[in-house]
Design a protein around this ligand. Structure first.
Ligand SMILES: NC(=O)c1ccc[n+]([C@@H]2O[C@H](COP(=O)([O-])OP(=O)(O)OC[C@H]3O[C@@H](n4cnc5c(N)ncnc54)[C@H](O)[C@@H]3O)[C@@H](O)[C@H]2O)c1
Length: 456
């Protein structure tokens, strides 16, 4: 008899390359260099936009893409939508039709509305779709990206792009194929396209605080939404798909799903991922079974090739002080950076506490990083120079996975082990041709217990 509860969890267990390319594109887009020559070749073609995963971010990303097209003078129209849930496709269609229909940005029909576990396949195969926005749970990114690339489509993929060693290798492989076939892949790590971040990292790399000797990063936030169980009507797979943040095989856990932004900023400043991680974590607040098998707090020490240590703290606690920021320590001083769309500020100080350089985008005005992502995507496609940035974001996703697996296992772990040797593959069997409704048997059921959980 299965030892799974209704949510598919064990009853017992409830207790460098990418970064350089990306920075260059971001810098070019921010300087407006792409917009002058890049669109000359676009002619009158309307690019067809499709979306897999009609949630909050997905609907937002569609608006960002249509806005990017408008600002660049390009024709882009939403032509197809896909989700496991009909209410989600309806909501997204309504929102985009209302905002963009009058401007010609909406053209979805009943025939191009795909609902169900295989909806992503139908959308990716549709001839009117040129670009697939992929905003499903992260654990399915390898599937949707593979399908999009196989069908010759350009991709916008949200972060994180993988949740384990196996999906890391899958997305790198899809990236290689996309590159060979002249397809673009742009990713949703929007700090990379935020002026203030790009500015801060450039000053760091130019030595504003001397040589970096250490860094701290925080993603301490409140708890997340939970959609319930469909009044008892959802089968275990549907339940997990709808409540995906709580299941490691779907979200990568909070450290990959959310904290990636601030961990990615450290990799960006260091020029690549760390060599190893030593971590701790657990769950003390969200312990009930409806919260799946993720932890609610992590603390990780990453070590980079040059010996620099970077300390990360991340958590989801209600009623506590939130903190989302980065701090670098250098031989000549410190740099503090506090992200906040539209109001990001950074300040570099000497060791005497005196300000050396600072930027406050509340005063200076900021760019629109979520729109810039799509400008880079569209500009690359229409100028026949498609942007390819999967490697850097896959490396940052794997950096988060490295911290998570070190916390889960209680062991110090090396990045290269996870990237090249580990078999780590979290998804249930039978997913590779598309998820199916029904019971879910997780390969590593339940909450991981350090010392008992072993990675192979
Ligand atoms: N860059 C950012 O600032 C940012 C912000 C929020 C979310 N995100 C990322 O965007 C992605 C989506 O997050 P969200 O907040 O929109 O979540 P969400 O739950 O609102 O949306 C996910 C959607 O995917 C659908 N879905 C689930 N399984 C599916 C399947 N097999 N096929 C098709 N559709 C499926 C769900 O029904 C849902 O509508 C995640 O990767 C998340 O990390 C990024």
């Amino acid at each position: 008899m299965s030892d799974m509860n209704q949510h598919g969890l064990s009853r017992r267990s409830f207790v460098k390359q990418g970064t350089a390319g990306l920075a260059a594109t971001a810098a070019a887009a921010n300087l407006g260099l792409l917009s002058t020559h890049a669109f000359a070749q676009s002619g009158d073609k309307t690019l067809g936009l499709g979306i897999v995963g009609c949630g909050g971010r997905g609907t937002g990303a569609l608006g960002n893409c249509l806005k990017a097209a408008e600002e660049l003078g390009l024709k882009v129209r939403l032509v197809a939508v896909a989700d496991v849930a009909a209410d989600r496709t309806t909501r997204t269609k309504k929102a985009i039709e209302k905002s963009w229909g009058p401007k010609g940005g909406y053209g979805v029909t009943d025939d191009t509305t795909f609902v169900g576990m295989d909806a992503y396949k139908k959308l990716c195969a549709h001839p009117d779709v040129d670009i697939v926005v992929q905003t499903t749970p992260p654990g399915l990114r390898y599937l949707t990206l593979r399908e999009a690339v196989k069908n010759g489509k350009h991709s916008f993929v949200e972060k994180p792009v993988c949740v384990d060693s196996d999906t890391y290798r899958h997305v790198i492989e899809s990236g290689e194929l996309a590159k060979k076939n002249g397809l673009a892949i742009v990713t949703g790590t929007q700090y990379r396209r935020e002026n203030s971040y790009a500015d801060a990292i450039k000053h760091l790399q130019d030595g504003v605080i001397g040589e970096i000797t250490a860094s701290y990063q925080y993603y301490c936030a409140s708890t997340q939404w939970h959609l319930g169980d469909g009044d008892g009507s959802w089968d275990p797979m549907t339940y997990q798909m709808r409540n995906w943040p709580y299941f490691t095989w779907l979200s990568g856990d909070l450290i990959a799903e959310q904290s990636i932004h601030n961990i990615d900023a450290i990799n960006w400043s260091m020029g690549g991922p760390p060599i190893k991680a030593y971590a701790s974590g657990g769950r003390i607040d969200r312990t009930e079974s409806e919260y799946g098998n993720i932890y609610d707090h992590f603390s990780v020490h990453f070590e980079y090739e040059n010996g620099v240590q970077s300390a990360f703290m991340g958590r989801h606690y209600k009623g506590s002080t939130n903190k989302v920021s980065n701090r670098w320590i250098g031989t000549k001083g410190t740099m503090d950076l506090r992200p906040n769309p539209g109001r990001t500020a950074w300040i570099a100080r000497g060791h005497d506490g005196q300000t050396v350089l600072a930027r406050n985008t509340g005063r200076d005005g900021n760019n629109q990083p979520y729109v810039e992502e799509h400008k880079a995507l569209l500009a690359g496609i229409t100028s026949n120079a498609p942007v390819m940035e999967i490697q850097g974001v896959a490396d940052s996703s794997l950096t988060c996975i490295l911290g998570r697996e070190s916390a889960y296992s209680g062991k110090e772990l090396e990045f290269n082990f996870l990237a090249n040797d580990a078999k780590l593959k979290l998804r249930p069997e039978g997913i590779d041709n598309g998820p199916k409704a029904g019971p879910v048997e997780l390969p590593f059921p339940g909450v991981r217990r350090p010392g008992k959980y072993k990675i192979v």
